[in-house]
Design a protein around this ligand. Structure first.
Ligand SMILES: N[C@@H](CCC[C@H](N)C(=O)O)C(=O)O
Length: 278
């Protein structure tokens, strides 16, 4: 018998989700890459394993791997998916679960959407992390191809947010990997290009660390809202319009970031023995 999985997505940012609460599963990087491969595997941007809870009051631990196999601490869109799964399972209106970035709380919002309290945005250079001290509001030393001075935000994972006049005109596939691997970011970074449309709406395109261009990035949308608010460009509640749809982000006065958006279960399946080493 091989592993059962769920194929889920949040605004087209897609996931293979495996429930390992009863049977432990910690695949090697090569195994994750094989499963994430869109031609020979299942295909996904991130690979999610739900492990047994480690902390009282939580329903499980969400482990997050990028399509390149690397483990990361945060994924907003997958957090909504896992929150929804755990609430459905318990017939509950809210649930807490844990990630490497801390405990997240999910609840049901209107129109079948899910809200996740993504916790505090971290703005200190040590927490992004950056290679050396800098004002995270504007990293003047980070520039390439006519783009410069991103705002750095950590939502448990690093983000470099560039404000631009025309998000559609950004050659994302060309500049994304350059900034992902810029020496200013010792753990690499996710990269967002953002056009402010109004005080309540922005357009965002993303290059994700370890996954490339994706249809949406939840933590990227949170980081974008925080960066825009820090720069005085938007209100504290803003719609972030991504390739795959819209997330509503609120950066509360107490510093916590709330993300609201849809979740979708595409199908369930079983990994072939060729894809799974154990
Ligand atoms: N798609 C995610 C973010 C996934 C992790 C990211 N690529 C990283 O390396 O930090 C989201 O919805 O937040």
């Amino acid at each position: 018998m091989t592993r059962e999985f769920l194929k889920m997505h949040g605004l087209g940012n897609d996931f293979v989700v495996i429930d390992a609460r009863n049977t432990p599963y910690s695949p090697a990087e090569a195994e994750v890459r094989a499963i994430a491969d869109r031609k020979t595997g299942v295909g996904c941007d991130q690979f999610i394993v739900i492990e047994p809870a480690k902390t009282d009051g939580t329903a499980g631990f969400m482990r997050i791997r990028n399509a390149d196999g690397g483990e990361v601490s945060a994924c907003g869109n997958a957090s909504r998916c896992v929150g929804w799964l755990l609430m459905e399972e318990a017939g509950a209106e809210r649930v807490a679960f844990e990630t490497n970035a801390g405990i997240l709380r999910a609840s049901r919002a209107n129109n079948g959407r899910i809200t996740v309290d993504m916790g505090q945005a971290n703005l200190d250079w040590t927490q992004i992390p950056l290679a050396e001290p800098a004002d995270t509001l504007r990293l003047d030393a980070v520039s390439h191809g006519g783009f410069a001075g991103p705002t750095a935000v950590s939502m448990g994972n690093p983000h470099a947010v560039f404000f631009v006049d025309d998000a559609e005109a950004v050659p994302l596939a060309e500049v994304g990997p350059v900034f992902e691997n810029h020496p200013a970011f010792p753990q690499r970074t996710n990269v967002e290009f953002v056009q402010v449309l109004s005080p309540t709406a922005v357009r965002m395109r993303v290059w994700e660390r370890g996954a490339g261009i994706t249809q949406a990035c939840g933590t990227g949308a949170c980081a974008t809202a925080v960066a825009a608010i820090r720069r005085g460009l938007t209100n504290r509640k803003v719609d972030v319009i991504l390739d795959g749809g819209t997330l509503t982000i609120e950066w509360r006065e107490d510093g916590r970031v709330l993300m609201t958006g849809p979740v979708a279960l595409s199908y369930t399946g079983r990994l072939s023995p060729e894809l799974v080493a154990v």
